[in-house]
Ligand binder design. Structure first.
Ligand code: SAM
Length: 299
């Protein structure tokens, strides 16, 4: 994990520095914020880069935690199929690779991974797996969920994405699940939920579970809003010793406002919100962002 974090953050940081130079400013990344139900413009490469510098290592740990737990189930000794809805760059796939490596195998050996995202993200990695695919399309309208790649999925994961569908899209998503075929006797449904909007994300998962129970005969067998989190706030390194965020990048992001080329040149910011909205982009180093739900559904 330490190497993955180091390699990916350094690669993205290099790209981020190039983007700053190309843009001659940091204006686009001011919009990387979630307050007041805002969503960032992920189509902007610079926004993606800062998003990943900020969240990639922490989410990697979280998704690793989830997959490590699920992979304890003996059925995952054989090959299995994963659908990641709103996969971004496939961050959860990186974590799946690490979790499988811990078990002495790899994604290339065992996983059919299909990610779906309506936005093209940089920095995906197939880890040499020819059965890794990211479909660049809106999940709404994709049709029968279990026919996306002809065969049904064993794991369906929403990695920090279930709450980012608009209300009307989420209604359509439920209809889509209702009208899909679910031939597997057992499936896992996972959602990594957003700290700021935990209640919304929990509620959406509950709706999805109700649909799967009522329409497809599954039983989730635990409270539908239950989620896993760390009760005591602590640095991620406490539980994940290999979580090491590169110092140089941390210090750069810690005072991002002072790195804006326009500000450095003019000795002043262009807009009144620059300082505040550049100064809140530090990487996530604590466990408070770890919040997830997973359900083993059987019928
Ligand atoms: C917060 S990002 C999470 C990205 C990635 N899973 C991660 O863990 O970093 C939410 C993602 O959901 C995607 N998304 C939202 N609505 C979507 C839709 N209707 N169809 C496909 N992807 C969607 C967005 O494009 C975005 O990439």
């Amino acid at each position: 994990m330490r190497r993955t974090i180091n390699d990916i953050t350094n690669e993205i940081f290099k790209g981020f520095l190039e983007s700053i130079e190309r843009n001659d400013g940091l204006c686009p990344v001011k919009g990387l914020r979630y307050d007041g139900m805002r969503l960032p413009d992920y189509t902007d490469l610079m926004v993606q880069q800062l998003y990943l510098l900020r969240y990639f290592p922490a989410y990697l740990v979280e998704y690793f935690d989830i997959y490590r737990d699920i992979l304890k189930n003996k059925r995952f000794k054989k090959s299995f199929r994963v659908l990641s809805v709103g996969c971004g760059c496939g961050l959860d796939y990186y974590a799946l690779e690490l979790a499988l490596q811990k078990k002495g195998t790899t994604c290339a050996e065992t996983v059919y991974y299909t990610g779906v995202d309506k936005i093209e993200w940089a920095y995906s990695n197939d880890f040499g797996n020819e059965d890794f695919k990211i479909l660049l399309c809106d999940f709404i309208g994709i049709g029968d969920v279990n026919k996306i790649q002809d065969k049904a999925f064993d794991i369906i994961i929403f990695p920090k994405s279930i709450g980012e569908f608009s209300d009307s899209d989420f209604k359509s998503l439920i209809k889509q699940f209702k009208n899909s075929t679910f031939p597997k006797k057992e499936i896992y449904i996972i959602s990594s939920i957003r700290k700021e909007y935990t209640a919304i994300d929990q509620d959406r998962m509950a709706n999805l579970l109700i649909c799967l129970e009522n329409e497809h005969g599954y039983d989730s067998n635990k409270p539908k809003t239950e989620y896993i989190y760390y009760k005591n706030s602590a640095g991620l390194r406490k539980d994940f010793y290999d979580f090491v965020y590169p110092d140089e990048i941390f210090y750069f992001l810690n005072k991002l406002d002072s790195k804006c080329p326009t500000q450095l040149r003019n000795k002043q910011f262009c807009e009144s919100d620059c300082q505040q909205n550049l100064n809140n982009k530090r990487p996530i180093l604590k466990n408070d962002h770890i919040r997830y739900q997973y359900f083993r559904l059987k019928k």
